[in-house]
Ligand binder design. Structure first.
Ligand code: SF4
Length: 307
């Protein structure tokens, strides 16, 4: 078979898109990748010209790739401000490397970075929370405790720093997984997934919404973005795990299925929730006491206390 070359410039190939069949060299892939992110942002009206954008950076390849793209895009929008927010959950043996990568990348891109920790916000690290008697009583998976606490930590920091929007690195794969998880919980249509909607909370957007995970990984690799060598020790027990495995295998066999699924989910109307304010912390919530305050109160009933 004749050797194939980049469909755009004839250069050395690094990737063949299973969707368009196009072959890309390194430079054409990076350019096409960034162009698609710009188109996604415009199509979903994710940002305003003068936004203060807080990028949620875990230190993993996806969030570092997002910081890289947004820093490059921001150069064309002098009124916009970009900064990174990183949460240190205090997961022994895992988070340190990610934070180190996040700090290095932010320095390389000259983007300010703010690190907020569970210890400072809640009085305990995640490792301490998970080994506390209260966590046992809740009977929740680690990610079900960590997820809401992480979200709250990002919003608390974003609010403090005057952010007008939070950008997360959720990819096409993540967004479809979330829609499916919502389906299984009977919550489909209860809220937007990664789309800007105005309300009392800082809006959250996902500029990788139309970008498959595999292309984010390749972009990160081609741009020399550091990869974390250790996975979160709690990730294996996540509810997302089996859904991710199924969708990845299905997409591998039937490329384009994730895009088709996303289009279907996007047609489902969103019912606006009656947001009030949490009676404990004052943050917007659909419940009298928000999920995080409820978690913290349960943990507080035990001797090893959180703030
Ligand atoms: Fe937290 Fe779960 Fe993510 Fe680990 S995998 S950082 S426990 S949400």
């Amino acid at each position: 078979m004749a050797e194939a070359f980049c469909s755009l410039c004839g250069g050395r190939p690094v990737y063949r898109s299973p969707y368009s069949g196009h072959i890309y060299c390194r430079a054409c892939f990076v350019k096409a990748f960034e162009k698609r992110v710009v188109r996604t942002i415009a199509a979903y009206k994710m940002f305003r010209r003068d936004d203060r954008i807080a990028v949620a950076v875990s230190g993993g390849k996806d969030s570092l790739a997002l910081l890289n793209v947004l820093a490059r895009i921001e150069r064309g929008f002098p009124e916009a401000r970009l900064f990174a927010v990183t949460v240190d959950e205090g997961i022994e043996g895992y988070r340190d490397e990610a934070i180190e990568n996040a700090v290095k990348m932010a320095e390389r891109l000259e983007v300010p970075i703010h690190i907020v920790s569970f210890k400072e916000l809640y009085g305990m690290t995640l490792t301490e929370i998970l080994s506390s008697p209260g966590a046992g009583e809740l009977g929740l998976l680690a990610c079900s405790i960590c997820g809401p606490l992480r979200r709250k930590a990002i919003y608390t920091a974003a609010k403090k720093l005057g952010a007008t929007v939070v950008a997360t690195a959720h990819t096409l794969d993540d967004i479809v997984q979330t829609y499916l998880l919502k389906t299984f919980r009977g919550e489909l249509g209860s809220s937007e997934v990664g789309l800007r909607s105005e309300g009392p909370t800082i809006p959250r957007v996902s500029p990788f919404r139309l970008t498959p995970e595999r292309e984010v990984v390749l972009y990160a690799y081609l741009c020399g973005i550091p990869f974390q060598t250790i996975a979160c020790p709690n990730a294996a027990s996540s509810m997302r795990g089996p859904i991710r495995e199924f969708l990845t295998a299905y997409e591998e066999k039937h490329p384009g299925s994730l895009y088709a699924a996303l289009r279907s989910f996007e047609k489902i109307p969103t019912t606006s929730k009656n947001l009030t304010y949490c009676q404990s912390c004052g943050d917007p919530s659909s419940r009298r006491i928000c999920r995080v305050c409820e978690l913290i109160q349960t943990l507080k009933h035990h001797p090893q206390q959180v703030r």
